[in-house]
Ligand binder design. Structure first.
Ligand code: NAG
Ligand code: NAG
Ligand code: NAG
Ligand code: NAG
Ligand code: NAG
Ligand code: NAG
Length: 365
């Protein structure tokens, strides 16, 4: 939850500053990454901002059938859909919890949502309050009516302390008869739960791996946060360690492969890395530190100690203040959610309402 640290190379800091100016002043031009021939172009546009401050938007998923954004709030236990007119409508409010967190599509028009009690004051979860829900959306043919929403609990996960990120173990199928298996991070326990969303059975596939635990000296106990399966490996951010790791996993069970070792994809990133996504070229894009940062070729298993490139925002800007997650709509369109600086106010005091920002990446690497 801190900003950039002083050990970032000067060019990264410079790039951040330049990008910020650039982003604030369209039209498109380009920036050269001095370490390679990379060209990065990024225009941003706020699609929606919450009407009240503070509002912490935690995560989003892109609905495959309509390409609309479904997003979750931590400040109220709710999920919304942002329609083509950029109007956000409430889909569901979860009972008896404070917050909605990770969200992922587990079959066409069916979403799995992590919910539980989370205190924004202490940035910690309450043991025994977390569960996974299923939210199914039905398109009504009548154009005047809204989507019909059917929500039900998949399972409680009483041993969880702070469930946070969620991802698919396998890609989703077209039909609703077979829902995808998900992996969920617990940021306090430093654990990963696997849940069969068809029947609600679950087990821990990682438990107390040191690279998943919050660092002992962390001001806030947040270890593993965002997670994703990419090319046979599980990738995750460790927020307070400001690092990204991966380990080869069995594609069927989600457990680490025998004798597999943890790869340090990037360390000393200098920002409190949160949720992330891979593009089609193996680059990893992560939210955190009021920015979107890109780690070139992070999906290449031979690479370690990758240096991040700040593409959007900066420590002191509001462009994506309190960035919490990113998802690709297509190869050159990235959506970003923010908490508006609620977790870590910009310049120590500035907080705005959380928002959803579109980043146009007409980029070539
Ligand atoms: C936005 O959606 C709400 C709820 O569906 C609806 O009441 C409102 O009229 C919509 N606003 C616009 C501008 O479309
Ligand atoms: C969790 O939050 C809900 C909603 O605020 C509250 O009613 C419930 O008592 C909380 N549970 C615990 C264990 O704190
Ligand atoms: C509300 O959640 C608490 C755990 O936080 C649980 O003990 C209680 O049974 C729940 N109440 C209802 C009505 O679901
Ligand atoms: C925590 O300890 C690590 C390793 O000794 C160090 O790099 C890091 O700066 C420390 N962080 C804090 C917040 O003290
Ligand atoms: C794992 O390592 C052990 C000890 O080095 C070795 O005996 C075993 O064959 C290895 N297993 C695999 C599947 O590589
Ligand atoms: C934060 O402080 C810097 C340096 O004074 C300033 O340029 C920037 O505009 C401030 N950001 C906000 C959001 O006020």
């Amino acid at each position: 939850m801190r900003g950039f640290s002083s050990y970032l190379p000067l060019w990264v800091t410079l790039l951040a500053t330049l990008c910020q100016c650039y982003v604030a002043h369209p039209p498109l031009s380009s920036l050269s990454d001095t370490s390679s021939t990379s060209i990065i172009k990024a225009n941003t546009k706020t699609l929606w901002q919450a009407p009240t401050t503070p509002t912490w938007i935690e995560n989003l998923a892109i609905r495959s059938s309509t390409r609309t954004i479904i997003f979750s709030l931590i400040t109220t236990p709710e999920i919304y859909q942002l329609d083509e007119e950029q109007n956000a409508s409430l889909l569901f409010q979860f009972p008896n919890v404070t917050s909605a967190l990770g969200i992922v599509e587990i079959a066409r028009d069916v979403f799995a949502v992590v919910v539980g009690n989370f205190s924004t004051a202490t940035a910690s979860g309450t043991l025994g309050t977390y569960s996974l829900w299923k939210v199914e959306l039905f398109d009504d043919d009548d154009e005047t009516s809204e989507d019909r929403v059917v929500a039900s609990k998949i399972t409680d996960i009483p041993e969880a302390s702070f469930l946070n990120g969620i991802t698919l173990l396998h890609p989703i199928k077209e039909g609703k008869d077979k829902l995808a298996t998900v992996l969920i991070s617990d940021s306090t326990l430093g654990a990963v739960f696997k849940v069969n969303t068809n029947c609600g059975t679950y087990e821990q596939v990682f438990d107390g791996v040191s690279e998943m635990l919050p660092p002992k000296n962390a001001s806030i106990p947040i270890g593993i946060n965002g997670l994703a399966v990419h090319k046979g490996s599980l990738y995750w951010t460790n927020t307070e360690r400001e690092a990204i790791f991966s380990i080869p996993i069995d594609p069927l069970t989600g457990f680490a492969r025998p004798n597999a070792t943890v790869r340090t994809v990037a360390s000393k990133i200098g920002i409190a890395v949160d949720d992330f996504a891979f593009d089609g070229d193996d680059n990893l894009w992560t939210a955190g530190g009021n920015t979107v940062a890109m780690l070139p070729a992070a999906g290449d298993a031979s690479k370690t100690g990758i240096k991040p490139v700040i593409v959007v925002g900066s420590e002191s800007s509001l462009t994506v203040a309190g960035s919490t997650s990113v998802r690709f709509a297509d190869a050159s369109l990235l959506y970003v959610t923010t908490d508006g600086g609620m977790a870590a106010p910009v310049n120590g005091s500035v907080v705005e309402a959380g928002k959803i920002v579109a980043v146009d990446l007409a980029s070539s690497f």
